[in-house]
Structures are given as structure tokens and as C-alpha cells.
Write a protein that binds this ligand. Structure first.
Ligand code: NCD
Ligand code: ZN
Length: 343
């Protein structure tokens, strides 16, 4: 049987929520990954070290006993984040980054930043104490076409941030456009990007194939095929600047299949299998380990994992839903077959 063994990967951007939703999804992430960068966009957002440490405890108590999993915590940047908070985050062994959400850009981003100039003191401190900034890179402007919001962010705000803070480590999260890929490739080694499985596998047609398909709706939204191809080239091309982020973002099925459905794809159930599919289809399975297991820890200056995982070529069906307590979520590619299976 065909198998693929690689160093256990990490997920550099995941939403695990809290309460019953956390208890439903965390086993998937903990099975697939040794560590994961945990997004702070809870309600209310995780803005302080104390809140992040409490959230970390909640996550650890939900992880199944037989797995070892390390949540890497992040703080949600706001205009009122103090310089002291930035320093204590940089000092904490449990906090690994700040997340910048432009206010209104995505799920639970209302408390985000409406003008990047408002956080220049914080960014200066982050640069000095060397703690990375993770960016949701979309402008918030109703006049800007939703498919152009990332490109616009890159050419305005990202240019400015990287110019004004040349030493700041920056990750442009879940890139979706050729313009973002080009910007990151052309920038210094302290600027990197993460790429999701859905943006590597699908273009925007998936959202509207024969009807509206809400489980393919996430932000930044899927783009045209030419952009998908640019992402595949970035992920499989061997550059150290690109690494794995599922952006797995669970929402209740009822809130996705809705007149105003939430943004987010749930992919933690089959994360590595989805990446293996796209790397195999592009003849690049030999590049998967760098992308999934090496580039991320190298950028975050964490040790690479020592365990390994094995994928086997053994077709399996993704369930129609995952249910637990009062939670029901629909995974990406529900009801479809995948050819790789994580052992
Ligand atoms: C994320 C969520 O639901 O929290 N949704 C998404 O579409 N990716 C937020 C985010 O990362 O933008
Ligand atoms: Zn996200």
C-alpha cells in the first residue's frame, strides 16, 4: 500500500472556538497537528495575556487524554492594546503573536482596528521585542469589490506596515491572490504567508456550482483560477516563506445554511488529507513536509517536531456532519471521498 510519512505538522492558523464547539472540534486538530496557532476572535475577543492563558487552559482540558497537543496562543490587537500588554505577551512562553483584524473584515472582527495608524506604538514595541504580527489582509470598504479586498490591502496597508516596521515579523494570513504571493516573495525573510487547503483546491466557481454552496464560503473569499494556480505554485515551489494554515473555522450548520450564512470552512477533520490531495495532483508530494512541518516552526523560531505521522492511500468518505452535545457542523467536502487517510 502506498504510504507517506512526514514529520508531524503544525497548523499555523485555526479557530477552535470555546464551549461545546471547542469540545466538538479539538480532537480533529489534536490528531492532525502537534501544535496550532489559536485565533483569538472569540466573543469577547482574547485581548490580554490573562485571557489567553485562561483560554489555553480551556483548550487543554478539552484535548482527548491520549493525545498531546500544544495550543500556541495569540492576542487580538485593538486600538487600546497597551504597550505593557505587548511587552508581557512577548515575555510569555505561551503567547506567540498578535492578530490584526481590520474592523469589520470577518467573523468577530468588530473590535478590530479601523486605522492601522492607531496601532503604530504597539507595532513599534512588537518590532522591538520581536513578536510576530499576523494579518487578516483585506480592506474594509463597501465600495471595494469583495474579490479585490486583499489586493487592495496589500498595495496600501501591507506596503506601509512592512516599510515602516522593516524588522517586524509579519505573516499575511490565508493568502488568496497572485498579488499577495508576489508581495510576500519580494519582501524580506521576516515576511511570510500561510495558505489554506480550500484556497489551494478550489476557485470561486465552487461557491456557485449549480446553486449557492455555503460550505465553500469563507473570508477572504475564494478567487479566480489564476489566483489558485499562483497559490499552488507558492505552496509547492519549495519557498520557506509559505506554510500551512487550515483556517478551519467551524460554524453551526444552521448558521452556514442560512439566508445570511457565516464565513468559514471547517477543514480540521481532514486537513492533511486535503493538502496531500493538492500536492499529489501537482506532482509535489515531496514538498509537503517543508510546507506542513518545517517552514512554520522555522519562521516562529520553535523547534521542529520530532514525532512523525503517516498517510495511507486508502479511500474514505467524509461524513455528512459531526455532531456532539447541541452542536452540528458540516465539514468541507461532506459526503465526498478522499484518497489519502491519516493513520
Ligand atoms: C473565520 C471565522 O469564522 O472565525 N472565518 C473565515 O471565513 N475564515 C475568520 C477569519 O479567519 O477570517
Ligand atoms: Zn481565520
Amino acid at each position: 500500500m502506498k504510504t507517506l510519512t512526514l514529520t508531524k505538522p503544525d497548523d499555523w492558523h485555526v479557530h477552535v472556538r470555546n464551549g461545546a464547539l471547542l469540545r466538538t472540534v479539538i480532537a480533529h486538530t489534536a490528531k492532525q497537528f502537534a501544535r496550532a496557532i489559536i485565533m483569538p476572535n472569540l466573543k469577547p475577543p482574547v485581548t490580554t495575556v490573562a485571557q489567553a492563558l485562561a483560554y489555553r487552559e480551556e483548550i487543554l482540558s478539552a484535548v482527548p487524554a491520549e493525545t498531546s497537543f500544544e495550543p500556541l496562543m495569540t492576542l487580538y490587537m485593538t486600538a487600546s492594546t497597551s504597550v505593557e500588554e505587548v511587552k508581557s505577551a512577548a515575555d510569555s512562553p505561551y503567547i506567540h503573536a498578535f492578530k490584526l483584524y481590520p474592523a469589520g473584515a470577518t467573523t468577530n472582527s468588530d473590535a478590530g482596528v479601523s486605522d492601522v495608524k492607531q496601532i503604530y506604538r504597539q507595532l513599534e514595541t512588537m518590532e522591538k521585542f520581536d513578536i510576530p504580527l499576523l494579518i487578516h489582509g483585506e480592506v474594509v470598504d463597501e465600495r471595494c469589490d469583495i474579490f479585490d479586498r486583499e489586493k487592495q490591502f496589500v498595495s496600501t496597508h501591507l506596503e506601509a506596515i512592512t516599510r515602516d516596521f522593516p524588522g517586524l515579523r509579519v505573516v499575511l494570513e490565508h493568502v488568496t491572490t497572485a498579488e499577495a504571493v508576489y508581495f510576500v516573495e519580494s519582501a524580506g525573510p521576516n515576511v511570510a504567508a500561510t495558505i489554506t487547503p480550500q484556497h489551494l483546491l478550489f476557485n470561486r466557481n465552487a461557491i456557485l456550482a449549480g446553486g449557492i454552496r455555503p460550505h465553500f464560503y469563507c473570508l477572504p473569499i475564494l478567487k479566480r483560477e489564476e489566483h489558485r494556480l499562483a497559490l499552488v505554485r507558492a505552496a509547492t515551489g519549495g519557498s520557506q516563506k509559505f506554510f500551512l494554515c487550515t483556517d478551519s473555522a467551524p460554524h453551526l450548520t444552521a448558521l452556514k445554511e442560512n439566508a445570511c450564512g457565516c464565513a468559514g470552512c471547517y477543514s480540521a477533520h481532514a486537513a492533511l488529507e486535503l493538502y496531500a490531495k493538492v500536492f499529489e495532483e501537482n506532482g509535489a508530494l515531496d514538498k509537503l513536509e517543508n510546507f506542513a512541518s518545517f517552514n512554520g516552526p522555522d519562521f516562529y523560531r520553535l523547534p521542529r517536531n520530532s514525532e512523525v505521522v503517516t498517510l495511507i492511500k486508502s479511500p474514505w468518505n467524509i461524513p455528512d456532519f459531526y455532531a456532539n452535545e447541541d452542536v452540528r457542523i458540516t465539514p468541507l467536502l461532506a459526503g465526498e471521498t478522499l484518497s489519502w487517510k491519516l493513520q
